[in-house]
Design a protein around this ligand. Structure first.
Ligand SMILES: [Zn+2]
Length: 212
């Protein structure tokens, strides 16, 4: 890839799909086949924003306090790289690489979580406990979500967007969803239209018609 532009989390074409897919989709290509790569996780502050936007799934308020700095960002980017490789293999119907799988599993193991009884209110007093640093706990939750996605019913819904130049993944919850986003669908339709127009134009010339 050439020069990567830093983008904002809010610019991600697909967001809210699934925590694991939202991590993989945090780098994307703007403009299709001849577009340029954009990454929304360049600085540690970008990761803080991404985590906040994932609050519904990651429950960051419940994670240990701590900093999300350069080391934590590096760990998230390594998980992102591994997950992209695993997802690429899965949608191709191929086995995932052992080294990539090991990265995902190491992230899960680094953040053990469990539920406990609370003495005051047994039955309703369940609390979730976690061990580890804030970054490792949040990373572990993303990795855990990936494991659940790829071992559960929704595994067959994972799609790589087929639009030329697009590198995003999505869950095909509806049979009619063909693209990751409306912008990819529009881009493909416009390209088809201009190809058809060019073909008609060429056919007109071949038949000896005067154009325009
Ligand atoms: Zn797409």
């Amino acid at each position: 890839m050439g020069t990567v532009e830093r983008g904002a989390v809010g610019e991600m074409p697909v967001f809210g799909e699934h925590p694991a897919l939202d991590l993989v989709n945090s780098t994307f290509v703007r403009g299709g086949l001849r577009g340029h790569p954009v990454d929304v996780l360049v600085e540690p502050s970008d990761l803080v924003v991404w985590v906040e936007r994932q609050a519904e799934w990651l429950d960051p308020a419940d994670a240990p306090a701590g900093e999300l700095g350069a080391a934590e960002l590096a760990a998230f980017l390594e998980l992102r790289r591994a997950l992209r490789a695993v997802l690429t293999a899965v949608v191709a119907g191929e086995p995932a690489g052992a080294a990539d799988v090991a990265v995902v599993n190491a992230a899960v193991r680094a953040a053990p979580g469990w539920v406990e009884l609370s003495p005051g209110a047994v039955g309703t007093g369940v609390r979730r406990s976690v061990a580890g640093e804030r970054g490792a706990v949040l990373l572990g939750r993303v990795a855990q979500s990936a494991v659940e996605l790829l071992t559960g019913d929704r595994r067959d819904l994972v799609r790589a967007c087929p639009a030329p130049g697009c590198i995003l993944f999505f869950l095909q919850r509806h049979a009619r969803r063909s693209w990751c986003s409306a912008s990819c669908g529009t881009r493909v339709r416009v390209a088809r239209h201009s190809r058809r127009h060019a073909a008609e134009h060429a056919a007109g010339h071949a038949a000896g018609h005067t154009e325009e």
